[in-house]
Design a binder for this molecule. Structure first.
Ligand SMILES: Nc1ncnc2c1ncn2[C@@H]1O[C@H](COP(=O)(O)OP(=O)(O)OP(=O)(O)O)[C@@H](O)[C@H]1O
Ligand SMILES: O=C(O)C1=C[C@@H](O)[C@@H](O)[C@H](O)C1
Ligand SMILES: [Mg+2]
Length: 185
């Protein structure tokens, strides 16, 4: 496989980042369909590699092993593949190497959601996100705001409050087409 460091903007992977549950997986799938591209969900790929759900990976192998595999998978994918829509897991972008490879080889979209709106999502996701389990709401709020520093390193921010997934995906497609036209008419 070839290195893609000099990749034209229209061929770059599009990476979605943001806190757990903001909609990276849901929206990423829709963006991929709208742009006729393949979709890669990093969490799902890691689950396939280990043959078990993330909650079980965390329980049996520990978070450190999950983070090692997550980083390896993202670095490989971003370095050797193009034209993909890639949804990261919520914590992947906390690793410096992940940020570096995403920002140097891909176009990074940060899906932002207010804390007030996010709280309503908690019941939908708590069973499948080990890091939310055994935490008070106050501890989750701390994590939510601490992680914003890493997410602030992006190419474009999409505010998602009160928008359905279809509308958010349309906003990303419109934004990316605008960028393509400006940088590579
Ligand atoms: N725009 C939206 N409006 C309402 N609910 C949404 C929206 N986007 C996603 N959801 C719902 O929120 C939950 C979490 O969505 P999703 O799994 O896409 O989040 P994620 O960002 O990929 O999370 P993670 O970082 O843990 O992978 C799902 O139940 C999904 O149906
Ligand atoms: O935000 C996180 O640290 C995580 C988010 C999920 O997507 C999974 O990657 C896992 O549950 C950890
Ligand atoms: Mg996801």
């Amino acid at each position: 496989m070839s290195d893609v460091s000099e990749i034209p903007i229209r061929e770059k992977n599009i990476v979605l980042i943001g806190f757990m549950g903001v909609g990276k997986t849901t929206v990423g799938q829709l963006v991929a369909k709208k742009l006729y591209r393949d979709f890669i969900d990093v969490d799902r790929e890691i689950e396939k590699i280990y043959g078990m759900p993330i909650t079980e990976i965390f329980r049996k192998m520990g978070e450190a092993e999950f983070r090692r595999m997550e980083k390896e998978f993202i670095v490989n994918t971003c370095t050797h593949q193009t034209l993909k829509i890639i949804s990261l897991g919520g914590g992947a972008y906390l690793q410096e190497e992940v940020r570096k490879v995403c920002l140097s080889k891909c176009i990074v979209y940060f899906l932002d959601l207010s804390w007030e709106s996010w709280k309503e999502r908690l019941p939908l996701i708590i069973d499948s996100r080990p890091l939310l389990q055994n935490k008070t709401l106050h501890e989750i709020e701390d994590l939510f705001f601490k992680r914003r520093k890493a997410y602030s390193l992006h190419n474009s921010k999409i505010t998602t409050n009160n928008l359905d997934a279809e509308t958010i995906a349309n906003n990303i497609v419109e934004s990316i087409k605008f960028a393509w036209d400006i940088y590579q008419p």
